[in-house]
Design a protein around this ligand. Structure first.
Ligand code: URA
Length: 226
């Protein structure tokens, strides 16, 4: 028998109020089922993750403030609409976050995109910044921070630290993510309660290797390795 899931998810009370999920529709669940399947080939993995990324970016843009804007239409009438209040930029956390850049470019023409590389410091076992290249006027922009997998939250928190050091106010950062673990979300949002998280799906948890369960495995490996 066919069953349809509800069209929108009420977030469990345990989730921070700054977390927003995509509507948990049957279509979205079908897309996630494809990308989670270990037998999905690389071409399909790219195609279907791109579809979800596009939905996430569109949802992220819904969280940007707008101001009144009046235009004149070709009929000579005026239309009292709105326009985005500020400029935006994307910042991808390398390397997996790079896969989300194209989805952002598809909907925001000529968007500026920065990059941050964070890796584990073998001496301290903590996330360490290895490289960053950010738009010089980033402090005056809304920042869409891109990383597909939020596991422990360590890299995301380090990336936010870098953005704050560059003058981006916390409440101008929107973190965009495909799959999050509840523990990663709680750690991340307790540290940075003013930023918003847009995620496609919240999974059960983490395994002993800090992979998201059920998850989809290593996103970078599935996306980039043939
Ligand atoms: N990064 C991944 O690619 N997958 C996980 O499950 C966790 C982090």
């Amino acid at each position: 028998m066919t069953t349809l899931p509800p069209t929108s998810q009420t977030s469990p009370a345990t989730l921070p109020p700054s977390v927003f999920t995509l509507p948990q529709t049957a279509q979205l669940e079908a897309l996630y089922t494809i990308i989670r399947d270990k037998d999905t080939n690389r071409g399909d993995f790219i195609f279907y993750t791109d579809r979800i990324i596009r939905l996430l970016v569109e949802e992220g843009l819904n969280h940007l403030p707008v101001i009144p804007k009046t235009v004149e239409t070709p009929t000579g009438a005026t239309y009292e609409g709105v326009g985005f209040e500020g400029k935006i930029c994307g910042v991808s956390i390398l390397r997996a976050g790079e896969a989300m850049e194209a989805g952002l470019r598809e909907v925001c023409r000529s968007v500026r995109i920065g990059k941050i590389l964070i890796q584990r410091d073998e001496e301290t076992a903590k996330p360490k910044l290895f490289y960053s290249k950010l738009p010089e006027d980033i402090a005056s922009r809304y920042c869409l921070l891109l990383d597909p997998m939020l596991a422990t939250g360590g890299s995301a928190m380090k990336a936010v630290e870098v953005l704050l050091e560059h003058g981006v106010p916390e409440n101008r950062i929107i973190f965009i993510n495909l799959i999050a673990s509840p523990e990663g979300l709680n750690t991340f949002c307790s540290k940075y309660p003013q930023l918003r998280v847009i995620t496609g799906w919240i999974d059960k948890g983490l395994n002993e290797k800090a992979y998201i369960i059920p998850g989809l495995g290593d996103f970078g490996e599935r996306r980039y390795c043939i």
